[in-house]
Design a protein around this ligand. Structure first.
Ligand code: SF4
Ligand SMILES: [Zn+2]
Length: 122
């Protein structure tokens, strides 16, 4: 056991929408009985990429004792493609563009790196 950062999901806030599942590149999150769960703590690197994606604010990152992150196992997880992930401005998907999570007007959106500068600079 090591003390490190790891994702925590608040079941009371989670609606089970599943938006956090595909963006977790390590495959650490699954929907079980209608709630998101970190199914294997050794697959969660605690980077918290999923935080901004959750529309309910159900995900946080905490520091606590858990198993060490297993990079080889995480990298061996099957990659999940989610067609709902696309740039909200131009519609580009993850096959062709780099996409970043974005919060705007209480919504969790994705934006591509081509459209992001226009949002920043107007
Ligand atoms: S994105 Fe948030 S509300 Fe949706 S399943 Fe994941 S933790 Fe639950
Ligand atoms: Zn775009």
């Amino acid at each position: 056991m090591v003390k490190r950062m790891i994702v925590k999901i608040d079941e009371n806030k989670c609606t089970g929408c599943g938006k956090c599942v595909a963006p977790c590149a390590e495959g650490a999150i699954k929907i079980i009985n209608g709630k998101a769960k970190v199914v294997s703590e050794e697959l969660c690197d605690g980077m918290g990429f999923c935080l901004g994606i959750c529309p309910e604010g159900a995900i946080s990152v905490e520091e606590r004792y858990t198993v060490e992150f297993n990079r080889e196992k995480a990298e061996a997880q099957p990659r999940k493609k989610d067609i709902s992930i696309h740039c909200f401005t131009c519609g580009a998907g993850e096959d062709t563009s780099y996409l970043l999570p974005l919060r705007h007007n209480m919504q969790s959106l994705w934006v591509c790196t081509h459209c992001l500068p226009k949002l920043i600079h107007g």
